[in-house]
Design a protein around this ligand. Sequence first.
Ligand code: 6MZ
Ligand code: ZN
Length: 382
Amino acid sequence: MLEFCQALPKIELHAHLNGSIRNSTIRELAASKGDAVGLAREDILKITEDGDRNLAECFRLFDLIHKVTTEHTTVTRITREVLQDFADDNVIYIEIRTTPKDNAKFGITKQSYLDSVLAGMEGYIHKGEGSKMMARLILSIDRRETTEQALATVKLAAAYKTKGVVGIDLSGNPSIGEWATFVPALRKAQQQGLKVTLHAGEVTNSTEIKSMLEMQPDRLGHVCTFTDDELESARDIPIELCPTSNLRTESVKSYGTHHFGKIYGRGMPVVLCTDDSGVFNTTLSKEYAIVADAFSMDEEAMLQLASKAVDYIFDASPNVRTVLKGKFSAAWMRWNASILSQGAPCRSEARKLGCMGRKPFGMSVAIFAVAAVCIVQAFART
Ligand SMILES: CNc1ncnc2c1ncn2[C@@H]1O[C@H](COP(=O)(O)O)[C@@H](O)[C@H]1O
Ligand SMILES: [Zn+2]
């Protein structure tokens, strides 16, 4: 299944830039400036080792990573590498997210940080039909920030809307910060026409979850602690799920008991994501394969799951959706052709493909293609 998931075109909607850095790059950066920033050898090992770490430990690791990504050139470099890695994993559209940082010591402002990220995204933003991957940017508000800092991030996002920024995220250590601190900025983002996604329910906090739902965000991330009732209230909001991240941070006990099962089973909108592919040593293909395995989903179900993500992207341009739907239509056609070449009987194929309401855009073309092959095969047999 991993091989199938690797070949599958995929959409990534929840990936933090500094959590997705290659381990080799972290080691290289730490070797060149680790001493200067007080990064010990065991710290570097902690960041790059492949193990479980609870949420608190995770946020300590992010602070360590941030110590070696302080130069503008480094920010541009890691952006370029992270995008390259997702493109190599057959991701066709990504919304990468990052927290613009003020760091006076290194001459970095939120705006210059953002410019450095966008420099690394060059070549991925204005892409069309023939391109391998399109990228957009979501700016994160860290829960450690003040209302003013959060508002500054939203102001920047609004000013950069035509340059690839599509939304605002609320993230950071869920045990820190008060919801009320972020409300003015998140409301401002909505007023400015920016999409909003919130890290929700990483730790139990029913009061905050209630307020988050009242805000009507465009997507939610994680929702690990959501009760059945809370899930029901979020029924129409697309949910970004990151199985390995949740397992590694001990937010869920096993893949088999991951809340993906409940959410998918209820027919709620859901998209699989990596969260921090560097820190958790994963890829989007691995996340798809893990879910397929844990919930006994076949290739058709995985293709269906991947295709549906087009409906949840923040970029509102019809052209972008058309390009993505075209790529998924082509994938459906390839899959149908491979099924036929394996000698699957035409009748069962026609029946499977008959449920057009569940199929994504372009399926009619695929059905026509399969029907044509069936007719040719039928003639060949007579
Ligand atoms: C594990 N679950 C998580 N929950 C909440 N926030 C997370 C996170 N994983 C990452 N981040 C957020 O993303 C930042 C790193 O990327 P950027 O410096 O923004 O590119 C972290 O500092 C944290 O604020
Ligand atoms: Zn996250």
